[in-house]
Ligand binder design. Structure first.
Ligand code: ADP
Length: 261
């Protein structure tokens, strides 16, 4: 039996296909999200990889900010909060707290047994503490977002980025560059700024182990490390971090079939 989860975020489109609610047989990410060609392209890619057509897939569930753009393709839609909690439980069965940093928002979820969502807090009003903040800073620093981790690991001095507003923080970075500050130190300062902002949100929900980071930003180990230092706790993550919502969606699709049988 095959189920498919599709997570259309603000910044990236992700999809996975699960076999019998357990094994991921294909996965794809396209780095553009809602309102773009991303949803169509991610579906094409994930089905091609699996060698399946729509009629071979028993149930499709869409989640994320752009989930309502897939009313024809998907059988069901569901909130990304529930899907993230469920997907995090698949990756880490003992998860209790999820810190999800996506392209345009950051959420902290309290998760119960079997990945049930208990409570959450969210920042979707401000770019600071989101992937967008890092994307803007990477552009100013003329580096790739995927290189931020390696560069920050080479930092030798503490540089503090104190502005919480993205626009002011961008000016701060520009002035640090003008002073000749090493880019690698600035990048570590940027990671600490994101960790401070989202860590504050996490403390409001309460921090219980396992503490797991999900979302595309967790691909940057520099942010994960800064978060662990900020919270004084181990922070786990998975190479599949960006697929967490899509995995949860495919698991809920599987549950829908089980219930209807
Ligand atoms: P959304 O669901 O809101 O569209 P995602 O959870 O997919 O967002 O995360 C998108 C963010 O992930 C981007 O803003 C980018 O900063 C970050 N990102 C994506 N790929 C990488 C990578 N290889 N290394 C570091 N950060 C990444």
């Amino acid at each position: 039996m095959y189920t498919m989860g599709i997570d259309i975020g603000s910044t990236a489109s992700k999809s996975v296909i699960l076999k019998d609610g357990k094994e991921i047989i294909s996965k794809a990410v396209i780095n553009v999200g809602a309102g773009t060609s991303g949803p169509g392209r991610v579906i094409e890619e994930v089905t091609k990889q699996a060698g399946l057509k729509r009629e071979d897939i028993d149930c499709v569930l869409a989640t994320g900010y752009g989930r309502n753009s897939l009313l024809e393709w998907a059988d069901y839609q569901m909130s990304e909060l529930s899907c993230h909690a469920k997907g995090a439980n698949y990756l880490f069965p003992n998860v209790k707290t999820v810190i999800d940093i996506g392209g345009q928002d950051a959420k902290v979820l309290k998760v119960g047994p079997k990945g049930v969502l208990i409570n959450f807090v969210m920042n979707d009003k401000c770019a600071a503490g989101t992937g967008r903040f890092l994307d803007v800073m990477a552009k100013v620093l003329e580096v790739k977002v995927s290189d931020l981790q390696t560069l920050s690991a080479e930092s030798t001095k503490d540089v503090s980025i104190s502005s919480t507003c993205t626009v002011f923080a961008e000016s701060e970075v520009i002035s640090q560059l003008a002073k000749g500050t090493d880019k690698r130190d600035i990048i570590r300062g940027i990671h600490r700024s994101v960790a401070g902002r989202v860590g504050g949100l996490a403390k409001r929900v309460g921090l219980e182990d396992d503490l797991v980071m999900t979302g595309g930003v967790a691909l940057n180990g520099g942010v994960v490390l800064a978060m662990s230092e900020e919270l004084g706790k181990e922070v786990k993550t998975s190479p599949l971090t960006q697929y967490t919502g899509a995995i949860g969606a495919a698991l809920f699709a599987y549950q829908k079939i089980q219930r209807s049988e």
